[in-house]
Ligand binder design. Structure first.
Ligand SMILES: N[C@@H](CCC(=O)N[C@@H](CS)C(=O)NCC(=O)O)C(=O)O
Length: 329
């Protein structure tokens, strides 16, 4: 019965109305992955995927805290979204053709451009993934990781033994306890997982990146208003960085900026957040409460975080990266 109700809800295309009625956004995140979505010592969720949901809530409610985080492992995540258990999946999930076209899901924007890599024990003396013929490899079930590693070994005429786990904790423990020679996952996650190891310096990330992993939010297909709102939340974060609006200067910008791009972002000129069904000053609320894309990147996965990842291709388009948002006008 619950499933029927949820399916009806999913099909009716009124996710925004349902979320407003509930008074909170239900956001599907990982079971715990530093930098992306991970509860801190106080039990508060942190990470770039978490901040994205907080930005969505800031736009809907004017309050970034109106989010309930629902941890999901890789295998459960799509069912949770399809059945209506979560309103949005923000869980280091790769946008692929099969997921977009055949699962009743919609991927509309990329929050973090990633690619798959390998973590090896230094004692193996391996310097390249091409030297991994015959290796045993710890992988998480239900991921693109599982599929890509098979492709890579096949393409390079090599063999491997998969050692498959359901959660990242189990995968790391498997690697640490010697169940496998190598751990493979999205590269960003290798940095996150490496810091979880008892002896992080005994492991090394190999140079090869074997796939494209555009990670971003997914929603149910068939609710255009919701898809639009989700992607424009990301565009607000990115545009804010491009226009130099930060959580620190946003009040000053609101009071004195004459730049029409900034004024529209902050809801001072039309079109305001109302066209998305959001609070009129959606951009102001997002930047004030969550920060711009660069600030979010920095504190979660970037140089201001334990992961210390470079912006790389996740830099703005005008700084050599891929982050490009359509104009707010
Ligand atoms: N981006 C890939 C991999 C996603 C994935 O689940 N990676 C694992 C490897 S670290 C993970 O995040 N685990 C955390 C968890 O199970 O909650 C996908 O969408 O399939």
């Amino acid at each position: 019965m619950l499933l029927l109700v949820n399916q009806a809800h999913a099909a009716s295309g009124d996710t925004l109305a349902q979320v407003k009625k509930k008074g909170e956004l239900q956001c599907g995140v990982s079971d715990g992955l530093p930098g992306f979505s991970n509860p801190n010592a106080k039990g508060t969720w942190e990470g770039i995927d978490v901040e994205f949901c907080r930005a969505v809530a800031a736009g809907i409610f004017g309050d970034a805290n109106k989010v309930k985080f629902i941890p999901l492992n890789a295998k459960e995540r799509f069912t949770a979204l399809q059945s209506g258990e979560v309103d949005v999946l923000s869980r280091n999930t790769t946008w692929t053709l099969t997921r977009d076209a055949t699962m009743g899901l919609s991927f509309d924007a990329t929050l973090y451009y990633d690619g798959q890599g390998f973590l090896v024990k230094k004692e193996l003396g391996v310097k390249s993934a091409k030297e991994l013929d015959g290796a045993s490899i710890c992988i998480q079930a239900g991921t693109t990781t599982e599929l890509n590693v098979a492709d890579y070994f096949k393409a390079n005429g090599m063999k491997f033994t998969p050692v498959v786990f359901d959660t990242s904790d189990q995968t790391v423990k498997g690697f640490e306890s010697g169940r496998c020679d190598v751990l493979t996952s999205d590269q960003s996650q290798l940095y996150a997982l490496k810091i979880k190891l008892a002896k992080p310096d005994d492991a090394a990330v190999l140079p090869e990146v074997i796939s494209k992993e555009p990670l971003g939010p997914a929603v149910r297909q068939g609710d255009e208003q919701w898809s639009t709102l989700i992607k424009w939340t990301l565009y607000a974060l990115v545009n804010a960085e491009e226009y130099g609006v930060t959580s620190k200067n946003v009040d000053e910008m609101k009071a004195s900026s004459k730049n029409p791009d900034v004024r529209r972002l902050l809801g001072l000129e039309e079109p305001s957040g109302k066209v998305l069904g959001l609070v009129p000053d959606w951009g102001y609320q997002i930047v004030k409460q969550v920060g711009n894309y660069g600030e979010v990147f920095d504190k979660t996965v970037g140089k201001g975080s334990p992961l210390g990842i470079d912006r790389g291709v996740n830099a703005l388009w005008n700084q050599g990266g891929f982050m490009y948002a359509p104009p707010i006008r």
